[in-house]
Design a binder for this molecule. Structure first.
Ligand SMILES: [Zn+2]
Length: 420
């Protein structure tokens, strides 16, 4: 019996070896394959992005108060770049004044400064515009800004107020306090008593120079330009450069094309010959309507607090309770640092900009801001500076009803029951 059992083991073992050899030799008559259980896929662990070694690009550029001492060059694209060899538009010129000077954003390429000087002089001489109030150009070395703009990074963009220059030189304080006047009567149309023929001529003049690539205005202004272009002459080709964009209702934005032959300067796609007074404007009207309805609804849900008329009571500043222990203090500091890092990671970093922008930042011995440094006082003042203009008018509840029903503001809806 024992012998028989041994014999069976030997026979079975022999079969196993033969079968293995058969498989190795690649025989087609494969014996039954034993399905191996598939290994379970390992959960992919998302690696946390490393903590930034530098503050975000907007802080690095926003902290520098002087231009890069290099040959003048616009580097990169309008919304992702920087400026070498920027020059300042003087605060006062014969036909212009710079506003919000605390922001230190009156820097541009030499071509932009030439353009502004020429436009201000031509507009006064030929169109009767009293002079330009100039808003933001770029920071001394361009780059992303601490507040307010996505573009304006390469020294080829300029904001010009639609408020005419007063007949006297504004004080520095007035330049911080004065607010530009909105051209809008409601979210969809200009107030024709404010947006005059003079404004139309100024925008036409601004668009007329060959170096201008685009001009941005609020869609309601574009609509008015399309309707009233005659006042600025019979040739309307300039209108194709004037493009609608949000929020440009108290200023317009001039964008110059890259100066010819400027290496590393990236142009936006040129405009087509379409004047933009048809379908494009219709699309904008739909977007304006949606946006106005949304803003009015938000205003009803969260009404702004009425301004406090009583003067603030002078109370002694409350003393912060002392932290119970050094460990608690450290924990609070760590929490704040973590929060800062989290917000920084979402922002544009220096390495996302063109390579030469690092040279622009460090040239002239400029020491980069480190993660532990505070922004300098001037940059903090730029962040705190007052908005240049008011926000877009918000529909009243009654106006909201009219707009929702597809009616036009200023025109009564047809009576539902005319017999009444
Ligand atoms: Zn602008």
């Amino acid at each position: 019996m024992r012998k028989l059992f041994l014999c069976l083991v030997v026979v079975l073992f022999g079969c196993g070896v033969a079968s293995a050899q058969f498989n190795v030799q690649g025989g087609s008559q494969s014996p039954v394959k034993v399905a191996k259980p598939k290994p379970k896929p390992r959960p992919v662990r998302k690696r946390k992005p490393p903590a930034p070694k530098l503050p975000p690009a907007k802080e690095l550029f926003g902290a520098v108060e002087v231009p890069a001492p290099l040959a003048a060059r616009a580097i990169g694209s309008y919304s992702k770049g920087c400026l070498a060899g920027g020059i300042a538009l003087p605060f006062n010129g014969p036909d212009w004044q710079v506003m919000r000077v605390e922001r230190n954003r009156n820097w541009g390429s030499p071509q932009l400064i030439d353009y502004l000087e020429r436009l201000s002089s031509d507009a006064r001489a030929h169109d009767g515009w009293p002079g330009l109030l100039v808003g933001d150009l770029s920071q001394p070395r361009g780059g992303p800004m601490l507040t307010g703009h996505t573009s304006h990074q390469v020294g080829l963009d300029a904001d010009i107020w639609l408020t005419p220059m007063p007949d006297h030189t504004l004080t520095l304080q007035e330049r911080e306090d004065v607010t530009a006047v909105s051209m809008l009567k409601d979210p969809f149309s200009v107030d024709t008593t404010v947006f005059t023929d003079l404004h139309i001529k100024l925008i036409r003049r601004a668009a007329s120079y060959p170096q201008v690539a685009r001009i941005f205005v609020h869609p309601a202004i574009k609509k008015s330009l399309c309707q009233r272009a005659e006042v600025a002459g019979k040739n309307h080709t300039w209108l194709s450069k004037v493009r609608p964009w949000w929020n440009h209702h108290y200023h317009f934005h001039v964008r110059l094309a890259c100066p010819r032959g400027m290496e590393g300067c990236v142009n936006q796609k040129p405009v087509t010959g379409d004047l933009g007074c048809g379908k494009e404007l219709d699309n904008w009207n739909k977007m304006l309507k949606n946006s106005a309805i949304w803003a009015a609804e938000q205003n009803i849900k969260h009404p702004p607090k009425p301004p406090n008329k009583e003067p603030p009571k002078m109370e002694p500043p409350k003393k912060k309770p002392p932290k119970e222990s050094a460990a608690e203090d450290k924990a609070a500091k760590d929490k704040a640092a973590k929060k800062k890092m989290k917000s920084w990671k979402k922002q544009v970093q220096l390495h996302s900009l063109p390579k030469d922008c690092k040279t622009v930042l460090t040239s002239g011995g400029n020491k980069l801001l480190s993660v532990d440094d505070q922004l300098p006082p001037r940059a903090l003042r730029a962040i705190a500076s007052k908005d240049a203009g008011p926000s877009v008018p918000i529909l009243t509840p009654a106006e909201l009803q009219i707009v929702r029903k597809g009616g036009q503001l200023g025109m009564p809806l047809p009576d539902r029951n005319p017999v009444r």
